[in-house]
Write a protein of this length. Structure first.
Length: 136
């Protein structure tokens, strides 16, 4: 399995403006290489191909929602160690957020976004070693 590259951030959101705002900040101000996807299915394809260091995932999206995409990414040995931050308008106590955390999301962040806070959370999660799998 390849090690995720913390210089690559995958931003997943179905709203063009949200993807653009966050990706421009992370690329220009924070120095990350940013790739984007508009739905969970495309996010899975890009994650398998690019092995990003972290994924920023919206929850309510067409084609494949964020929680379902997280479940698939965490079930795949090639992508399971990639931290996933949820960026959503849902409250943390709402079912979609709980489902995302149960699926393996590392953290839930609320919209509207503060790009500097997201950068801080990215750097925090990328500095953490991947979890050690428990022996069965």
């Amino acid at each position: 399995m390849e090690t995720p590259n913390c210089l690559i951030v995958l931003v997943v959101d179905d709203f063009d403006d949200a993807r653009l705002l966050l990706s421009e900040y992370l690329a220009a101000a924070a120095g990350f290489r940013v790739e984007t996807a508009a739905n969970g299915l495309r996010a899975i394809e890009l994650a398998q191909q690019l092995k990003p260091g972290i994924i920023i995932m919206d929850l309510a999206m067409p084609v494949l929602d964020g929680a379902s995409a997280i479940r698939r990414l965490k079930a795949d040995p090639e992508t399971r160690d990639i931290p996933i931050l949820v960026l959503t308008a849902f409250k943390p106590s709402d079912p979609p957020c709980r489902q995302a955390l149960e699926a393996g999301a590392a953290e839930v962040l609320m919209k509207p976004i503060d790009p500097q806070h997201i950068e801080q959370r990215i750097r925090h999660h990328c500095s953490q070693p991947p979890p050690i799998p428990l022996e069965a």
